[in-house]
Ligand binder design. Structure first.
Ligand code: CTP
Ligand code: MG
Length: 470
């Protein structure tokens, strides 16, 4: 075993006090919910799931996953309505309650310093009886606990922390990365952190990981998964429910990040690969210099209603993709883009272009010469518009130099907001559009979180990348 990894394990594994504390909180929730529901005529089993049940959680974590297992003769609609309400009522007697919705409703309960996700599900004998996505979870727990040894649990923690540090941990739309369960499957498959990182460093998309055992069965399933999940980059069948790809939503960006960071780690195993939220110290002077001669834009949205995170991030990315398309359609060049939100009051889109102001004239490419009717329309249009040309260039293409509707990117983004504000919760919400330059960069300093995002966008290079060169 390598000493750096031993050292990190000591840092990230929970303490005895933490184990005891979460155990106590869970027992309180369990007793309360079971008694409450019994009084209301239903026998349930309140169970601990997720990383606390798998013993793969990290030091400092205070989230637990609590699943209430209901008898399977209860109708799904009844579970989601009548029984869900009972659960919420019961929870509100012991802590603060927030309603959540994934594919299935659940409750986020704040109790002391713990955040517990309380999920109503079914008590089932076999994965064949699964009715909703949440029904898989107890089977995941059984599977993981039957496969992971005590040492391997620490290896899971290492890989989780590594992924968190480089920003690829979490399967939600916000991140489009790797779930905790996938990290567990990777360690089960590769044996330990070191081996996993070595193998990951050699990954080339698409990646297929046999989590099923039999090679024949695996090939059969992969053939089907490739049809069901056309756009996936990695295929890791869920051993508990093989027709589900556990890495369906991993983005190409996160895939590449993980592969590159793994290579860098092997070259230079630095503790930095296990630290979250590491920031460079950049003073305002340096930042001023960095923004000079660049075209960096911020679109700032005030949020007026609380949205489920998956909805918010989904719509924010959709809006961002539209913005990029609109900009490209107007002949500007987008170099980089990103989004961020605090999930409460504000959301932003950050953009970098090669230039913010374009020449007054723009080259308009015409149709192919053999499409004669379209060619004639094109000629008429440009003569009427008093363009320069059209003419036939040295490659045989019909072209004309016409005037541009927008020479200034800000003007374009303000005037054409309707073209990109199509997502339901952004439709009537025009953003504030600003070009970030050395004169106004200091205006953002007051807003710490936002300023960090802007700074990262300006600097671009991830901190861990500096460790690639030893
Ligand atoms: N789960 C899943 N797929 C997801 C998210 C969650 O199957 N995309 C299930 C898994 O069975 C997982 C459980 O829900 O064990 C709890 O999910 P979560 O809290 O997100 O992950 P943990 O494994 O508990 O990891 P963490 O330490 O980050 O809480
Ligand atoms: Mg969890």
């Amino acid at each position: 075993m390598n000493t750096i990894e031993e050292l990190i394990i000591e840092r990230i594994k929970p303490t005895q006090d933490e184990y005891q504390y979460l155990e106590e909180i869970f027992t309180r929730i369990k007793n309360h919910l079971e008694n409450y529901l019994r009084k209301h005529g239903v026998e349930v089993e309140v169970t601990l799931q997720g990383s606390v049940a798998h013993d793969t959680w990290l030091h400092g974590d205070r989230d637990i996953d609590v699943f209430i297992l209901f008898p399977k003769n209860i109708e799904i609609n009844e579970l989601r309505d009548k029984y869900f309400k009972l659960v919420a009522k019961a929870c509100s007697e012991i802590g603060l309650v927030e309603f959540r919705y994934a594919e299935h409703p659940y409750v986020r309960l704040k109790l002391d310093s713990v955040e517990a996700d309380i999920v109503p599900a079914y008590k089932l004998n076999s994965p064949n009886e699964i009715r909703t996505a949440v029904d898989r979870t107890p089977f995941h727990t059984m599977y993981v606990n039957s496969k992971l040894t005590r040492e391997m649990k620490n290896e899971v923690r290492l890989l989780k922390k590594f992924m968190k540090s480089i920003g690829v941990y979490g399967a939600e739309i916000k991140t489009k990365g790797f779930s905790g369960y996938v990290v567990e499957l990777l360690i089960i498959h590769y044996g330990n952190f070191r081996k996993a990182v070595e193998e990951i460093s050699k990954w080339r998309a698409p990646v297929y990981l046999n989590t099923l055992g039999s090679e024949e069965e695996f090939r059969k399933i992969i053939r089907k998964l490739r049809v069901k999940y056309r756009d996936s980059i990695i295929y890791i069948p869920d051993p508990v429910d093989p027709m589900r790809n556990t890495t369906a939503n991993v983005s190409i960006r996160n895939f590449v990040k993980l592969v590159l960071a793994s290579n860098c780690y092997l070259k230079n195993p630095d503790p930095l690969f296990f630290e979250e939220g590491v920031r460079r110290n950049i003073n305002l002077d340096e930042l001023n210099k960095l923004v000079r001669n660049r075209c960096i834009l911020i679109l700032y949205f005030n949020l007026y209603e609380k949205l489920a995170p998956d909805v918010l991030w989904g719509e924010l990315w959709r809006t961002c993709d539209r913005v990029v398309k609109v900009i490209l359609n107007h002949g500007f060049n987008v170099i980089d883009y990103n989004v961020w939100s605090d999930e409460k009051n504000r959301a932003i889109i950050l953009l970098e272009l090669d230039e913010c102001v374009k020449n007054y004239l723009k080259l308009y490419k015409g149709p192919e010469y053999w499409s004669i009717n379209r060619v004639l329309d094109y000629i008429i249009k440009h003569i009427e518009k008093k363009s320069i040309g059209p003419w036939i260039d040295n490659n045989g293409s019909l072209v004309a130099l016409g005037t541009r509707k927008f020479t200034d990117i800000r003007e374009l983004l303000i005037n054409r907001a309707f073209e990109y504000l199509v997502a339901p919760h952004f439709r009537n919400n025009k953003p504030i559009v600003k070009i970030i330059n050395h004169e106004n960069i200091s205006d953002f300093i007051g807003d710490d979180e936002l300023f960090q995002q802007i700074q990262d966008f300006i600097v671009k290079r991830p901190v861990w990348m500096e460790k690639c060169i030893g």
